[in-house]
Write a protein that binds this ligand. Structure first.
Ligand code: ZN
Length: 126
């Protein structure tokens, strides 16, 4: 139980630190924030391009701007939060949350990522 509390505390601390960074630092106007290597090499967007700007906008209450930066990232946030929550739970625990990390759910999510990747790089989308 103590290990579980320590893990949850560590995860919460990391998420809080990341939220603080993305609240105080505008990634669009900062040179030291990580740039997307896929975009630098190809000129195309990867599925995560715009996520940093979306988080910055989201933390400042600018929902429409966040959606414009990367809508898939915003849609993914609840799922990723559930993945973190279920990871911290006891393995095998009977709960509706166990379906979050079910192989079919993960495969569907990966399929959605690939679909989003293709869609956002089609000329009609841009
Ligand atoms: Zn990218």
């Amino acid at each position: 139980m103590t290990r579980k509390i320590l893990t949850a505390t560590a995860v919460l601390a990391v998420l809080t630190a990341l939220a603080a960074v993305y609240y105080f630092v505008d990634p669009a106007h900062t040179v030291w924030m990580p740039k997307c290597p896929f975009r630098l090499l190809t000129g195309l967007d990867c599925p995560a391009c715009g996520t940093q700007r979306a988080l910055y906008a989201l933390l400042h209450g600018a929902w429409s701007e966040a959606l414009a930066c990367n809508p898939f990232a915003l849609i993914s946030l609840p799922y990723l939060a559930l993945v973190i929550l279920t990871t911290l739970r006891t393995p095998g625990e009977r709960s509706a949350l166990r379906y979050v990390q079910h192989p079919r759910t993960v495969r569907l999510y990966l399929l959605l990522i690939v679909g989003w990747w293709i869609l956002r790089n089609t000329p009609q989308w841009q």
